[in-house]
Design a protein around this ligand. Structure first.
Ligand SMILES: *Cc1c(COP(=O)(O)O)cnc(C)c1O
Length: 364
């Protein structure tokens, strides 16, 4: 019997490509190593010869990719002696910050827009015991406050303006290349603050450069495609917007913090940005659930919505390999899921063998 090494998180796995030393105390909850799932039914359904993979980041410890950045940011905050972390959040960053703060034994303060965060994310943040500060303003307003607070309180900001966040998040690109043996032709992502698309590009670029020396990995990099919600699409309008609106609350952002980095990823990779309507986003979310058995949150499905549109238009040609990042778990936002299925009425019948049998046979 062979004994496999226990998986202990992405910092241990990629420590030679991350800013840690032998003596660093690593704050991990086993994040990373998420499945890269090949879609089987959707390509057939759309009648296109494409390899679509989804990187299901909803299977991280707190249910979103934010854990990749948070393990790194909190590890460094603790190493630097910080006693408290602070973030503005549309929900997932606060859940992740709260969990990693618990693990580290430090305090987490989170600023969230009142009434605009999905139920699951609120439940998590409450359970982890973070100090929740609700504001009557949107994410962008919270973010601006957090940046000012850095000079007024002894706290470490763990939003993606913290460079360690992107360091952790770049490991998703490493995992994809390690698994496929090369980079995909196209990589599609939902874009809010634009930290994640910047982090993936950094990861792909570092691996591509490493191959010049090591011949160990590919020198190929994908075309990066960033998709925003139509009501919150500053990268499409080319300027910041003040009142972003979308059902995909995780990308309800009008002032992206990684503006220049994301434009750089788009330009260097030969990629593009586009906007998806809420209807397109919800349709893609439902399609993933009903044809592939994969339940992601609305914002996450923006990547697949964009990919399907651009495959249909031929912008992404047949024969391509495509990775779509599914940034968060569908359980994060049960309200939106249930309201999407409001036309589905479960039957209620007598609790008898006969009635149940009839109910099943009627529906075969
Ligand atoms: C944070 C988040 C995004 C947006 O990522 P950015 O790095 O801000 O562009 C998308 N989807 C989900 C589920 C998120 O939590």
């Amino acid at each position: 019997m062979s004994i496999r090494k226990r998986y202990t998180g992405l910092i241990e796995t990629y420590r030679d490509r991350l800013p840690v030393s032998e003596s660093t105390r690593i704050i991990s909850i086993g994040e990373g190593n998420t499945p890269l799932i090949q879609l089987q039914n959707i390509p057939r359904l759309i009648g296109k010869d494409v390899d679509i993979y989804v990187k299901f980041e909803g299977l991280n410890p707190t249910g979103s990719f934010k854990d990749r950045g948070m393990t790194m940011a909190v590890t460094k905050a603790v190493e630097e002696g910080s006693q408290a972390i602070l973030c503005a959040s549309t929900g997932n960053t606060s859940a992740s910050a709260a969990a990693y703060a618990v693990r580290a034994g430090i305090k987490a303060f989170v600023l969230i827009p009142e009434g605009k965060i999905a139920l699951g994310k609120l439940a998590q943040t409450l359970m982890y015991g973070a100090e929740i500060i609700q504001i009557n303003g949107n994410f962008d307003v919270g973010m601006a406050l957090v940046k000012q607070l850095a000079d007024h309180a002894p706290v470490t900001i763990v939003n993606s303006i913290n460079p360690y966040r992107l360091e952790g998040q770049k490991t998703a690109a490493f995992e994809i290349v390690d698994e496929l043996g090369t980079a995909p032709d196209f990589h599609c992502l939902p874009v809010g603050n634009a930290g994640n698309i910047s982090a993936y590009w950094k990861g792909y670029s570092e691996y591509a450069r490493a191959s010049e020396n090591l011949k160990a990995v590919t020198d190929k990099r994908p075309v990066m495609c960033g998709y925003q919600a139509a009501g919150a699409a500053p990268f499409i309008s080319g300027k910041m917007i003040d009142h972003p609106e979308t059902i995909a609350t995780a990308i309800r952002i009008g002032h992206p913090q990684s503006w220049d980095k994301a434009w750089n990823a788009q330009k260097e990779s030969g990629g593009w940005f586009d906007a998806m309507t809420d209807e397109q986003i919800l349709a893609a979310q439902k399609m993933l659930s009903q044809f592939e058995g994969i339940f992601c949150e609305p914002a996450s499905a923006t990547s697949l919505a964009g990919a399907l549109q651009d495959i249909g238009a031929g912008k992404i040609p047949e024969g391509s390999s495509i990775v779509c990042t599914l940034t968060g778990n569908g359980l994060k936002d049960p309200d939106t899921a249930i309201s999407q299925c409001k036309d589905t009425h479960p039957v209620t019948i007598d609790a008898t063998l006969d009635a149940v049998k009839r109910a099943i046979l009627d529906r075969m």
